[in-house]
Design a protein around this ligand. Structure first.
Ligand code: BYC
Ligand code: FE
Ligand code: FE
Length: 470
């Protein structure tokens, strides 16, 4: 179905024919707009930004590019096309037709999943709110705002499901999504990583690489859901998500490139004096963002995850590619746990280990990106490798949350941790240094000294295109 842009809320869900739902969403819309005004990007709201807007869910061309002021962005509700006769692929209802409505007994669990997903979207916008002032170029500024408006759209996607399928409770949850605040002491966002700060662009690029990638894996698991409207919603969100991870992967790649150039030009690994970011310091930022993102998958053993799977609410990544019975009642899965002061591998019931199963897929994906950065470092003739730290390092959720683990995976005492953590995580001083490099560059075609220009522009535009009209 085509997207109806004549509507106040662009949509491909036939909103014009459902007056009750349309009214409810039109009542929620001003709340969203005031949230955006209060918590969206600081400054720049009156500026024209070269943004893509979703205009269909056609794989061949779903976006149109043009100048838009962010408050005028057409946030809408887009579901991927329904698959014909879609069947449930896993869990107790495997083989039954996918659901078009929420089964009464699963309402609570499904609502909780949708609320948790929905909560991360505005949280990330709040975290990135101040970054516009220090962007390394107009190209990067535009990418930041693109990510921000699309996370806003992802909030719309979840608010739609809550309004359309969860009655009064859903409306209340959709309102609460606009009230929680990242980092707030009394009304924080739900998941840990979404209450951390994103104070500088190195953090932002790490966040889009590591934390948006959690989004990819969670959305892909929810795209397997027996609840078809959730599945279709997540499938379309994944199309947008690819750009967010592109921003992270190419962004960090450009920092790596610039650092390598400075290292060679000045024959030193310590490029801070020359306005660059040492590879060692990048490793510390990587350690931080990777570990808080690993926490987002939940505990290694989780009855929540087992229930979500058996109920058919949340599957595995690419569920149908798994060569098993898709019910996992008797299957086992090897996971990493802490046992008597050692980090060990143990076989556990596969159903309980689904969070770890998803985390494993995520880790492999992260490793692929890191190895691409390492290739660039090697090609520059520099003997250094960025590494993913051990999965137990710096964890706040799961088996390793109560112990201290080195990036190499060795269990250490609190005292050893206290003596060494400054070697592994950015110190306040180092964060301050990175902050000191963040001076906004706003002349078209100019790029800050700590990051290389991108290989190409957005939508075939030049590198000196006026991505944001200031
Ligand atoms: N922080 O049984 P467990 C994205 C809680 S990112 C705080 O293992 P479960 C995006 C947990 O709630 C994708 N609390 O948990 C990226 C549970 O509480 P209760 C977001 C946490 O339920 C960038 C308890 O600890 N989407 O889209 O199996 C920009 C026991 O844990 C955390 C989703 O997350 C944490 N990190 O798994 C913008 C998908 N982890 O029951 C957007 C929906 C766990 O004891 N959510 N807890 O009260 C889920 O599937 C699950 O809620 C989780 C947690 C995988 C997150
Ligand atoms: Fe998102
Ligand atoms: Fe994202």
């Amino acid at each position: 179905m085509a997207i109806d842009y004549a509507e106040r809320i662009p949509n491909n869900v036939n909103l014009s024919e459902n007056r009750r739902l349309r009214r409810a969403l039109e009542q929620w819309q001003p709340g969203f707009q005031s949230w955006w005004a209060e918590m969206g990007p600081a400054g720049f709201q009156a500026r024209e930004v070269y943004l893509r807007t979703a205009t269909s869910v056609d794989a061949q061309g779903w976006a149109s590019f043009g100048y838009v002021r962010m408050p005028d962005y057409r946030w809408g509700i887009f579901l991927a096309d329904a698959a014909l006769d879609r069947k449930i692929a896993f869990g107790d209802h495997k083989g039954e037709p996918a659901w078009q409505e929420v089964p009464g007994e699963y309402r609570g669990a499904l609502r909780r999943l949708i609320v948790t997903q929905g909560d991360t979207e505005p949280a990330s916008v709040e975290q990135q709110r101040q970054l516009g002032a220090t962007s390394p170029s107009l190209y990067d500024l535009r990418n930041l705002f693109q990510v921000n408006v699309e996370e806003g759209r992802h909030l719309w996607a979840m608010a739609y499901l809550l309004h359309a399928y969860f009655g009064r409770d859903g409306r209340e949850e959709a309102d609460a999504l606009l009230r929680r605040r990242s980092g707030s002491a009394d009304n924080p966002r739900i998941l840990g990583a979404f209450n951390e700060q994103t104070p500088d662009w190195l953090s932002f690029l790490m966040f889009t690489f590591f934390t948006d990638r959690d989004g990819k894996y969670q959305l892909a698991s929810l795209a397997e859901s027996a609840f078809d409207p959730l599945s279709r919603t997540c499938r379309f969100m994944l199309t947008e998500e690819a750009h967010h991870m592109f921003v992270g992967e190419t962004g960090i790649g450009r920092v790596v490139q610039r650092t390598c150039e400075l290292m060679k030009a000045h024959d030193t690994a310590e490029v801070g004096r020359f306005g660059g970011i040492d590879l060692k310091l990048m490793q510390k930022y990587l350690n931080f963002h990777y570990s808080v993102s690993l926490d987002l998958f939940g505990a290694e053993l989780s009855t929540n995850a087992a229930n979500y799977f058996s109920m058919g609410l949340k599957g595995r990544f690419n569920e149908e590619s798994h060569d098993d019975d898709h019910q996992l009642k008797d299957a086992s899965y090897r996971i990493t746990q802490v046992d008597e002061n050692r980090v060990v591998q143990k076989d556990q019931p596969a159903l309980l280990a689904l969070n770890e199963t998803l985390r494993d897929a995520y880790i492999a994906d992260c490793a692929r990106g890191v190895s691409r950065w390492n290739k660039a470092i090697k090609a520059a003739g520099i003997d250094f490798e960025l590494r993913l730290p051990h999965r137990g390092f710096h964890r706040a959720i799961g088996d390793c949350a109560t112990v201290k683990v080195t990036p190499e995976g060795r269990l250490i005492t609190e005292a050893e941790w206290a003596a060494h953590h400054a070697q592994w995580l950015p110190t306040a001083q180092e964060r301050q240094f990175v902050g000191s490099l963040m001076i906004g560059v706003t002349e078209p075609g100019k790029y800050a000294g700590w990051i290389a220009p991108p290989a190409r522009g957005i939508n075939h535009q030049a590198l000196d295109f006026e991505y944001v009209k200031l």
